[in-house]
Design a protein around this ligand. Structure first.
Ligand code: SAJ
Length: 482
C-alpha cells in the first residue's frame, strides 16, 4: 500500500464501522466519529473497548475491530475537531426518507458543516451514504465550500467524491472486500486519490466515473430489485384472480433454459418471490431517493410520465393490506368477522432468520388490522421489542386462542407449525401464508381455511383433496381399491 493516510469516518453504523476497521487494518490511522445521541452514543465506548456494536453474525468484523483498537490504529470519538488532522473524510451517516418519501438530510448536512469547518487544501471528502442523485453537488458541496472558504476540486481546493456502499447484513466485511467499488469523482485527481485508498481494502475492481452517474447507479441497483419484486407481486395477484398458483408459474418461467453458447440470444428469466411486503433499510427508500433527485435536479423531463419505479413502490407497500384482505375473506368463509377477531402475526423482522426489523411490512399490517377492528399478537424468535410494538417470544402463547395465523416472515422456526399443532392452540382454523411457508394441501386436508399470496387455485386443490378424501372413504368402506 502507498503512504498510510489519516482518515475520519463519520457515522458508526452498518456502513461506517466495517469501512473504518478495514481501512485501519490496512495500515491507515482511522478515527470514527459518532455523535453522542440517545440512540447511538453508547457505540463510542463499545468501539474503544474493541466491542462490536453490530449484533448478529458478522464474520471477521469483531476480530478485526479488536485488533485495530489494540494496535492503536482505530478509535472512536464524538469530537469533530479531530477532522483538522485528517487527509480523508468518509461521510457514512444515515439518509432516511420521510412520510412523503422525501430524503431527510439533517445528519448529512450536519456532518458536512462539521467537515467544512476543518477542511484544508488537499483534503478529500467522500460521501458513502445513499443519496438522491444530485445531492453531493447541490447539497454537500455548497456546505463544504461555504464553511471552508475553499473551492471543491484538487489541487487548489479539496477533493470530493461519491462512492456508495453495497453492504448486506451478515456480510458486511465480505461485501466491502469482494464487491466492485464505484467511485464518482468531481475531478480526475479526487478520483485517483479515492481509488488508490479503496484499493488498499477492496480486492474486487475499483471503477471511476462522475458523481451523478455513481449516485444514480446506487439507487438504481436497489430500485431494480424493488421492481423485480413488484413484478412477482403483480403476477401473484393475477394468479389469485386467474385461479392458479404463482409458485408453479414462477417455476415454469424460471425454468427457461440458459444456453451458454448463446448467452445474449437467450436471456434467462429470474422471477423473484412474491410476498407479504418489502422491508429493510434499502429497498423501501432508494427508489424514492432516485425519483426525488429526478424531480429536484433533472436538467430536462421526457414527454412521458415516469411511473414504473413509484408504481412498484406503491404495489409493494400495498401487499400487507392485501394480506388483511385475504384474512378478512378467510375469516368470513370460516363464519367469523374480522372485527373482534384476535390474530397471531408471525414475524416482525423484515427478513427471515434475522433480527432486523427496519421498515418491516408487519407494521402496516397490524395498523390495518386495528383499522378493521381486530386485535393481534406479534411473535418473533429474534426480536424482543419492535419500535413500540410488544413482541411475544413464546410461540404457543402467541397462538393460544387466536382466530387466525398470519405468516409475515419466513423464519425457520415456523416450519414446525403443523396443522395438528395449530389445531390444538387456535380458536378457529384459519391460516394466511405471506411467504409460501406451508403446504396448502396439508392444511386443507385438516379442514383449515387457508389462503396464500398468489395461491389462486386453493379451491381446485380443495376439490382435488376433497375428491381424494372421498375416494379414500369409499375404498375403505368397500375394502377394495377404487
Ligand atoms: N423480498 C421479496 N421477494 C424477493 C426478495 C426479497 O418479497 O424475491 C423482500 C424481503 O422479504 C424483504 C425485502 O424484500 O422484506 C428486502 O429483501 P432483500 O433480500 O433485498 O434484503 P436487503 O434489504 O438487505 O437488500 C440488500 C440490498 N443490498 C444493498 O443495498 C447493497 C439489495 O440490493 C441486495 O440485493 C440484497 O441485500 C441481497 O441480495 O441480499
Amino acid at each position: 500500500m502507498n503512504k498510510a493516510k489519516r482518515i475520519a469516518v463519520i457515522g458508526m453504523g452498518y456502513v461506517g464501522i466495517p469501512a473504518a476497521v478495514l481501512l485501519a487494518d490496512a495500515g491507515h490511522k482511522v478515527v470514527g466519529i459518532q455523535r453522542r445521541s440517545q440512540r447511538s452514543g453508547w457505540k463510542i465506548d463499545w468501539l474503544n473497548q474493541g466491542k462490536c456494536p453490530i449484533g448478529g453474525n458478522e464474520p471477521e468484523l469483531p476480530e478485526i475491530l479488536q485488533r485495530v483498537v489494540r494496535m492503536g490504529r482505530f478509535r472512536a470519538t464524538d469530537d469533530y475537531s479531530v477532522l483538522r488532522d485528517v487527509d480523508v473524510v468518509l461521510i457514512d451517516v444515515q439518509t432516511p426518507t420521510d412520510e412523503a418519501h422525501a430524503p431527510i438530510y439533517e445528519s448529512l448536512e450536519a456532518a458536512s458543516r462539521h467537515v467544512g469547518k476543518h477542511l484544508r487544501v488537499g483534503s478529500l471528502v467522500i460521501v458513502e451514504s445513499t443519496v438522491a442523485p444530485g445531492t453531493t453537488e447541490h447539497v454537500v458541496k455548497p456546505i463544504l465550500e461555504r464553511q471552508s472558504g475553499l473551492r471543491a476540486g484538487l489541487p487548489d481546493g479539496f477533493g470530493l467524491c461519491f462512492s456508495y456502499e453495497r453492504v448486506m447484513v451478515g456480510r458486511l466485511v465480505h461485501n466491502i472486500r469482494e464487491y466492485p467499488k464505484i467511485v464518482g469523482a468531481i475531478d480526475e485527481e479526487s478520483g485517483k486519490v479515492a481509488m488508490e485508498l479503496y484499493r488498499s481494502i477492496v480486492r474486487a475492481p475499483v471503477c471511476g466515473t462522475d458523481i451523478v452517474t455513481a449516485e444514480v447507479a446506487k439507487t438504481v441497483e436497489n430500485a431494480y430489485r424493488d421492481v423485480q419484486i413488484a413484478f412477482a407481486n403483480e403476477v401473484a395477484l393475477l394468479c389469485e384472480s386467474m385461479g392458479t398458483d404463482v409458485h408453479q408459474v414462477r417455476e415454469l418461467v424460471n425454468g427457461l433454459p440458459y444456453d451458454p453458447s448463446a448467452p445474449h440470444a437467450n436471456p434467462v428469466r429470474n422471477m423473484h418471490l412474491p410476498g407479504a411486503g418489502v422491508g429493510g433499510h434499502c429497498l423501501p427508500k432508494d427508489s424514492w431517493l432516485l425519483m426525488h433527485g429526478y424531480h429536484q435536479y433533472a436538467e430536462s423531463k421526457p414527454g412521458y410520465p415516469l411511473s414504473i419505479l413509484t408504481g412498484a413502490r406503491h404495489l409493494n407497500d400495498w401487499m400487507p393490506i392485501h394480506m388483511v384482505d385475504l384474512l378478512q375473506t378467510a375469516l368470513k368463509e370460516a363464519g367469523k368477522e374480522i372485527r373482534g377477531s384476535r390474530i397471531a402475526v408471525l414475524g416482525y423482522a423484515f427478513l427471515e432468520n434475522s433480527d432486523d426489523g427496519r421498515n418491516t411490512p408487519t407494521v402496516p399490517l397490524v395498523e390495518e388490522l386495528t383499522r378493521r377492528g381486530a386485535t393481534y399478537v406479534i411473535h418473533d424468535p429474534y426480536i424482543t421489542e419492535g419500535e413500540g410494538y410488544r413482541i411475544e417470544p413464546d410461540i404457543d402463547r402467541a397462538l393460544k386462542s387466536c382466530d387466525a395465523v398470519v405468516v409475515m416472515t419466513k423464519h425457520d422456526e415456523y416450519r414446525a407449525l403443523t396443522p395438528e399443532k395449530l389445531e390444538g392452540l387456535l380458536n378457529s382454523k384459519v391460516v394466511i401464508d405471506g411467504r409460501n411457508m406451508f403446504n396448502a394441501t396439508e392444511f386443507l386436508d385438516h379442514g383449515f381455511t387457508f389462503k396464500g399470496i398468489g395461491k389462486g387455485n386453493i379451491n381446485k386443490i380443495r376439490q382435488r383433496s376433497g375428491t381424494a378424501k372421498t375416494r379414500e372413504a369409499i375404498s375403505s368402506r368397500s375394502g377394495g381399491n377404487s
